[in-house]
Design a protein around this ligand. Structure first.
Ligand code: SF4
Ligand code: SF4
Length: 80
């Protein structure tokens, strides 16, 4: 999964780009739900949130490092 760092400027560009509805902005803080983030595996070749973020504040979550196979399994579990 990926995470959003404190450098986020709350531009609101990334939530609509997430195919898994993994990004929320409760209380004005943008966060990625690690349980729903497949790093866009199953949808796109690149993480779409990283592509649109103007300040490059989205990066790999060290607490949720997953292999491509694990991300693909997460995708399958979510949509089966
Ligand atoms: Fe959503 Fe993809 Fe970003 Fe994960 S990498 S939060 S699935 S847009
Ligand atoms: Fe924050 Fe980047 Fe998302 Fe904008 S695109 S809300 S700066 S994480």
């Amino acid at each position: 999964a990926l995470l959003i760092t404190d450098d986020c400027i709350n531009c609101d560009l990334c939530p609509p780009e997430c195919p898994n509805q993994a990004i929320s902005s409760d209380a004005g803080i943008y966060q990625i739900d690690a349980a729903r983030c497949t790093e866009c595996v199953g949808h796109y070749d690149q993480p779409s949130c990283m592509t649109v973020c103007p300040v490059e504040c989205i990066e790999p979550d060290p607490a949720h490092r997953e292999s491509l196979d694990q991300l693909a399994e997460k995708y399958t579990a979510m949509y089966s």
